[in-house]
Design a protein around this ligand. Structure first.
Ligand SMILES: [Zn+2]
Length: 362
């Protein structure tokens, strides 16, 4: 059977083309957006699906065509074969059969697809409201105080304890207060159609923020875990869930020299103790969103980046390539850059500056 893709029908229904060859883009949602500046409808050309996280208008190629042309959904395939001048052929050779079988997995089943990430303002509002409903357990408070934070700073940062129960109740409350949960990583739909939150191991919730302090996403610093201590709150693979991004965090206003470390919590501590502006990537192998932040600080007068990863970290062979890519990115953006080195008995720069502060040398 001949396959028909969203790219085939774009000229027929008159929706915008993807910008510079992208496979995933947003256009104004015909069901819930007012005006061309709002773009909630996500078009995914790789999966041949579309979805609006706000009003849940979603489906596949034929649904999209039927909606925009007012055609009956049932006869869309025949209409399109005709309009596109295609013919259904007989049995095909094995290669194409294999390909087709693989594709059927990604076919849209309305309830089962993940939602595209919603916009930053919506995420910030939902995550802020979410954190405001949680508390910080005393062991977590002690942990944060022992790293150098003050009570007040802990509150300002919005650190909370990942709950171990009551997921549906939290989601229900957020929804009843008017917060959007669709396209916010961590939230998804249960079988009975109500929203809930992904269960994650108990730990400290650490918000990753934009230059203006909005919450991009939330990391969970999981208790009693050695490997994979930090995870992003995600509802990947869940009905109406949403995959987490590996956000870059920044704390402080751009200054001529800015530090770059690993992990938002470390960045927050270094900034709080030294007053220096700090950028945090989740790891040197997760640089996806770093360029945006580099462009931001560049435009605001930063000329030098000093990296300060844990002293043992760069000895790890798995991070060599990542560090090489990072250096290349900094050079390409025309930053001067260097690396801070400190007393190796303190693993991270956060540990070291806290030690110096306690000694009265900082
Ligand atoms: Zn919509």
């Amino acid at each position: 059977m001949v396959e028909i893709h969203i790219t085939d029908i774009i000229p027929l229904i008159g929706i915008p083309d993807p910008p510079n060859g992208r496979r995933n883009y947003n256009i104004p949602c015909p069901c819930c957006d007012n005006g061309p500046r709002e773009k909630h409808l996500n078009i995914n050309l790789s999966k041949d699906v579309f979805c609006c996280p706000r009003c849940h208008f979603s489906g596949g190629v034929f649904d999209l065509y039927a909606f925009y042309t007012g055609t009956d959904r049932v006869g869309v395939r025949e209409v399109l074969m005709e309009r596109l001048g295609l013919k259904d052929s007989g049995p095909q050779y094995e290669g194409s059969k294999k390909k087709r079988e693989k594709r059927t997995i990604t076919r849209p089943i309305l309830q089962d697809i993940e939602l595209p990430l919603t916009d930053i303002d919506t995420r910030h509002e939902t995550y802020s409201a979410f954190l405001s409903k949680l508390s910080l357990a005393s062991d977590h408070r002690q942990n944060l105080l022992s790293r150098g934070f003050s009570e007040e700073e802990i509150q300002i940062k919005g650190y909370k304890t990942m709950p171990v129960a009551g997921f549906s109740a939290i989601a229900k409350q957020l929804q009843s207060e008017g917060f959007y949960l669709g396209g916010v990583p961590g939230f998804y739909h249960t079988a009975d159609g109500s929203w809930t939150l992904t269960q994650e191991k108990r730990g400290i919730l650490v918000p990753a923020r934009t230059p203006d302090g909005k919450i991009q996403g939330i990391q969970v610093r999981r208790d009693n875990v050695k490997k994979g201590k930090f995870r992003w709150l995600s509802s990947v693979g869940k009905p109406d869930g949403c995959k987490a991004e590996t956000w870059t965090h920044i704390v402080g206003n751009p200054t001529p020299t800015v530090l770059l470390t690993e992990g938002p919590m470390k960045a927050d501590i270094i900034h709080y103790i030294t007053g220096q502006t700090v950028i945090a990537v989740p790891g040197v192998n997760s640089l996806n969103h770093l360029q945006d932040i580099l462009n931001h600080v560049r435009a605001h007068g930063t000329t030098k980046i000093m990296t300060c990863f844990d002293m043992d970290y760069l000895k790890n062979p798995h991070v060599k390539d990542g560090y090489h890519n990072l250096a290349a990115m900094l050079a390409k953006s025309e930053f001067a850059y260097g690396t801070y080195i400190w007393d190796p008995q303190y693993k991270g720069l956060d540990d070291y500056v806290w030690h110096c502060r306690q000694e009265g040398t900082l």
